[in-house]
Write a protein that binds this ligand. Structure first.
Ligand SMILES: Nc1ncnc2c1ncn2[C@@H]1O[C@H](COP(=O)(O)OP(=O)(O)O)[C@@H](O)[C@H]1O
Ligand SMILES: [Mg+2]
Length: 314
């Protein structure tokens, strides 16, 4: 295990004109990450993802909970933990006035990397930044900036890398490119813990993940396990009379939910049950406006656990 954490908690207290406000950002989170694994923390804005990562990266002290990170106790040996990890924050850390090379070089020196110039060159090359290495940060595109942030987090070859929302704001091309690079890190044996509010990202990239909401874990597993546990298929219907349709369909599905004006029925083996479902609706004179059959997504998992859609919540 490269991370083994139990019962992490953090409450923030802020003084405002209206008095003291407390926010229970993280309310008891457990997580374990294996060596060379890409582990995801998926959840909407405000779920407590950044706070969780900042605790594990020694940037803030938990109010409660224990963790071993990269072989060291988070509370007793924060310095040893810090030396073994890389941290890429949500906002990046690429300065406008300096070049990528100068910044990566500085990070290498701060970490006491032997032969920092050579390591800087390698880190820049690994992220395809050689061509822009000597330009001022302000002239870089969004995708290039994110890659510089990654090079900064990796220049000292950490055993464990924390990526907080690494692809937020990137276009699909740059996102795919970054996914590819993160996958290559796994091949090199680096442990990666990433946070995201993108379902597709968690699904495509993570070996295992937790889904968090309001500071607690609502589900945990591999993307495939999570989707399967909930039932494999979803039939989405738009009908004239949703209340009647819901009753008619209940015996066919493990769960039927009303999501806006759509009914979503969760079931195994949708292909074979669908004809009988349609016949039952017809017998009860429920007009069907549209119908689709899909595999359950991680959003369905989130919806089943919280009653909200992650797409709306994020
Ligand atoms: N330094 C802070 N002071 C006060 N409240 C904070 C602080 N950091 C985070 N919070 C609050 O804690 C909650 C969780 O925030 P965060 O961990 O940033 O969530 P996420 O990264 O999932 O969007 C939010 O309600 C946020 O406003
Ligand atoms: Mg965040």
């Amino acid at each position: 295990m490269i991370i083994d954490a139990h019962g992490l908690r953090k409450t923030f207290t802020t003084r405002t004109r209206k008095g003291v406000q407390t926010v229970e950002a993280v309310r008891g989170i457990d997580l374990t990450v294996g060596k060379g694994e890409i582990f995801g923390v998926l959840g909407p804005n405000g779920a407590g993802k950044t706070t969780t990562v900042r605790m594990l990266a020694t940037l803030i002290v938990p109010d409660a909970g224990e963790a071993t990170v990269a072989g060291h106790d988070l509370r007793k040996e924060p310095g040893a933990v810090r030396r073994r990890l890389g941290y890429v924050s949500q906002t990046g850390g690429v300065e406008d006035g300096t070049s990528p090379r100068a910044q990566v070089m500085l990070a290498a020196r701060l970490h006491g990397v032997p032969d920092p110039a050579r390591r800087t060159q390698e880190a820049l090359a690994a992220f395809d930044l050689t061509g822009v290495a000597d330009r001022p940060g302000r002239t870089l595109s969004g995708g290039q900036r994110r890659r510089v942030a990654l090079a900064l987090g990796l220049v000292h070859a950490p055993a464990l890398l924390f990526l907080d929302e690494p692809t937020t704001g990137l276009d699909p091309h740059n996102r795919a490119n970054l996914w590819d690079r993160i996958q290559r890190l796994r091949e090199s044996g680096t442990g990666v813990l990433l946070t995201t509010h993108y379902l597709e990202e968690a699904d495509a990239l993570c070996d295992r993940l937790i889904i968090v909401d309001q500071g607690v874990v609502v589900a945990e597993g591999t993307p495939a396990e999570l989707k399967r546990r909930l039932a494999g298929d979803v039939v989405t219907l738009r009908v004239g009379d949703a209340a009647t349709a819901r009753e008619v369909l209940a015996p066919f599905a493990e769960e039927v939910r009303l999501d806006g004006d759509a009914l979503r029925a969760y079931l195994d083996d949708g292909e074979h049950r669908l004809p009988a479902m349609l016949r039952a609706l017809e017998e009860q004179n429920v007009p069907i406006r549209s119908i689709s059959l899909d595999r359950a997504t991680l959003d369905d998992v989130f919806l089943a656990k919280t009653g909200r859609s992650l797409r709306d919540a994020a």
